[in-house]
Design a protein around this ligand. Structure first.
Ligand SMILES: [Zn+2]
Length: 184
């Protein structure tokens, strides 16, 4: 599945909007990505995650993602790789395992998320895995929209790459062109 094909699926389901948007950060952007919108279709979620899992040529015991965005990804990728699916939750800035989940010493762990932006949650999950003596074999994302490459120190996979242009309001070319802005 090519990046184009993946993004076509996102656009068709309304998960990828093109236009002129005011982001929560106050910056303006030419596209807006909401993976939950594409993941509401279980068949498409399964298909995308199966495609992603094909890239991950490792034996994996556990697939873990950060709540909420990474929960479905972890579940569907684990289904494809025949592994356990877990998620981490943020509590007071810390990433913790939900009570009952267990990463065992020596477990081979794949860390996943829906979108790679800054990688903060994924880095925390890598640390959490290592605290439990798990071995992080790779990280994988449906969409990589990071503006500068992020090195997690392990192999990294993504199904699609997308360049999202963001602008400060005073430099925004769409404002200069008089394009109405939308708050998604
Ligand atoms: Zn603008």
């Amino acid at each position: 599945m090519t990046t184009e094909k993946v993004l076509e699926v996102f656009e068709k389901t309304g998960a990828l909007l093109k236009g002129h948007f005011r982001l929560r950060s106050g910056l303006h952007s030419d596209c807006f990505l909401q993976t939950a919108v594409v993941l509401q279709y279980p068949e498409i979620a399964a298909q995308l995650c199966k495609e992603l899992s094909k890239q991950v040529d490792y034996e994996v015991d556990v697939v873990i993602g950060p709540a909420i965005g990474g929960v479905i990804i972890a579940h569907e990728v684990a289904q494809a790789l025949i592994a356990r699916a877990m998620f981490g939750e943020k509590r007071n800035g810390e990433m913790i395992l939900r009570p009952g989940f267990q990463i065992n010493s020596g477990d081979r762990v794949l860390v996943v998320d829906d979108v790679l932006t800054t990688g903060g949650s994924v880095s925390k999950l890598i640390d959490l895995t290592r605290q439990h003596q798990g071995e992080v074999v790779a990280v994988a994302f449906l969409v990589d929209r990071s503006s500068t490459p992020i090195d997690f120190g392990v192999p990294q996979f993504s199904l699609a790459n997308i360049n999202v242009s963001t602008y400060h309001p005073e430099d925004c070319p769409m404002d200069k062109a008089g394009v109405p802005i939308v708050e998604p």
